[in-house]
Design a binder for this molecule. Sequence first.
Ligand code: SAM
Length: 183
Amino acid sequence: MKYEPPRLEMLLAKLAFRLCGKSVYQAFADRLPLDGGEQVLDFGCGMGTVAYYVAKKLSHGHLTCLDISERWLNACRTTLRKYRNVDYLLWESPTLAKESFDVVYCHFVLHDIPDKELARVIPVLAESLKPSGLLAFREPLTDTDKISLIKSLVEHNSLCAMDSRIIDIPMMGNALECLYSKR
Ligand SMILES: C[S@@+](CC[C@H](N)C(=O)[O-])C[C@H]1O[C@@H](n2cnc3c(N)ncnc32)[C@H](O)[C@@H]1O
């Protein structure tokens, strides 16, 4: 399902990154269990709000920024232009190399994906993780049915819950943060 954001949406995202970069996006990046050498996937990277902080941590690792939108991916390239440990992937068909990532994270992405597509996407993300790899997500708690579907799909794809918490994000409301490990 192709979608390109209007300019206003991109402007608001830039503003949120300027105003809340550290408190919202860096805070999420800081909670990812990273040592610096991991292969990491940012699924639905947008303009690179979280990726900007994750790329900094991967001193001898690598970050793949993936998005379904060419416009977001270009904005992400601009945000991360100083990093050499990043590549960019336009998600045209739901496939990824199997067992290629140590950590996959999704920040405010899964709740936006229609149920049918989510049922295709989550198995692909799970398969792309190496054994014992980690899946982390942060999603708004506005649609509890969607949250239940996400958790159920994740748990049916060989991922075990390790940690979860509800946080109140300024201007964005309550969100659920979960961390899963591949069996
Ligand atoms: C609300 S934005 C969040 C962007 C970024 N993660 C952040 O927190 O700033 C959602 C992003 O997910 C992307 N997206 C939506 N559906 C997608 C899909 N099926 N596959 C990959 N990316 C998707 C959108 O293009 C958009 O960049």
